[in-house]
Design a binder for this molecule. Structure first.
Ligand code: DQA
Length: 145
């Protein structure tokens, strides 16, 4: 079983980008944490990042039937993209939305997410740990089927 872990724009800059909001860990550090967590739970992760919205949409479509669930940090597209939400619905897979920062503490334009209403749940403000917590929840969902 594979969980697709998707990251949107600018998350390749983690580590140097706004450390006050996002900490000092790099995306490679988060990818390593995800692999470790998933290995402990007996499944695989396919961890990806893109700065191109169409590429993310293609990856979401390709997950249908191939993956067991999606963890997604849509980054800025969270607040702008009906297309990503529609793609997630089309993939017909359980989705957990993750944000490193607590978006509700930040600018008003970060308070609305197009993804939250179609997600199983949302984790925000817990830093990179949010990804591992999301994977743990999938572990629990999978153990029930
Ligand atoms: C983010 C929050 C978004 O508002 C922002 O555009 C990001 C990262 C987070 O992980 O906290 O790029 O998704």
């Amino acid at each position: 079983r594979t969980v697709l872990v998707l990251n949107g724009p600018n998350l390749n800059m983690l580590g140097t980008r706004e450390p006050a909001n996002y900490g000092h860990e790099t995306l490679a550090d988060i990818a390593a944490q995800c692999s470790q967590t998933a290995a402990g739970l007996g499944f695989e992760v396919d961890f990806r990042q893109t700065n191109h919205e169409g590429e993310l949409i293609d990856w979401i479509h390709q997950a249908r039937g191939r993956c067991a669930g999606i963890v997604i940090n849509p980054a800025a597209w969270t607040h702008t993209s009906v297309a990503i939400r529609d793609a997630l619905v089309a993939a017909d897979l359980p989705v957990i939305e993750v944000h490193i920062s607590n978006v509700h503490k930040r600018e008003e334009f970060r308070h609305h997410s197009f993804v939250s209403a179609i997600a199983v749940g949302v984790i925000c403000g817990l830093g990179s740990q949010g990804y591992s917590l999301a994977l743990q929840h999938f572990g629990q969902l999978f153990s029930k089927v």
